[in-house]
Design a protein around this ligand. Sequence first.
Ligand code: DX5
Ligand code: ZN
Length: 219
Amino acid sequence: MSTYKIAPSILAADYANFAGELRRIEDSGADYVHIDIMDGQFVPNISFGADVVASLRKHSKLVFDCHLMVVDPERYVDQFAQAGADIMTIHTEATDHIHGALQKIKAAGMKAGVVINPGTPVSALEPVLNLVDQVLIMTVNPGFGGQAFIPECLDKIADVARLRAEKGLSFDIEVDGGIDDTTIKLAKLAGANVFVAGSYLFKEDLSAGVQHLKDALDA
Ligand code: DX5
Ligand code: ZN
């Protein structure tokens, strides 16, 4: 169980009460805080930027798992490092220079993650697998919380897990989008070990939600 990590997505939190929401996440026994950065260009929605991450950092010691849905994310590496991001995950579709951008993230002292949309094949990841600490497989089209899990993405999780074994690598495999106490089991079976959940968790009792997800992983 310890290799499995739950990452509540604060995209679904009450933005007027981030400090309180971070406390709820810490008290729930979650492992990461998933922070969705959206620029209104790579995805239609706008969320928050590095300044908000720096403010959040003062209220939490949890791992900050920053998912950048931003065009040319290499422009923001230094800002996110200074803000206190632990993991910076960037889309292959968002830059012409995914390899260099991941190198830049590592050089700035953060863990590097790479992510693909539901319509992007695993082959897009292959050239950078040896560089990353985490691969994120989107199980919805990015931009909004509360969408339905796309089951066709499960095969890609399994393909990435197979490539990891073949290459003798050890990165984490994260899933994001439509995760609940049913879909988490499918993602785990396919080979994922880090699970982002937004709308499923941000209800009245976040701790109970995290426990339900952990129970589903144990079952
Ligand atoms: C979507 C974001 C997700 C989102 C997930 O673009 O990357 O992290 O918060 O929300 P749910 O769990 O509601 O699908
Ligand atoms: Zn996300």
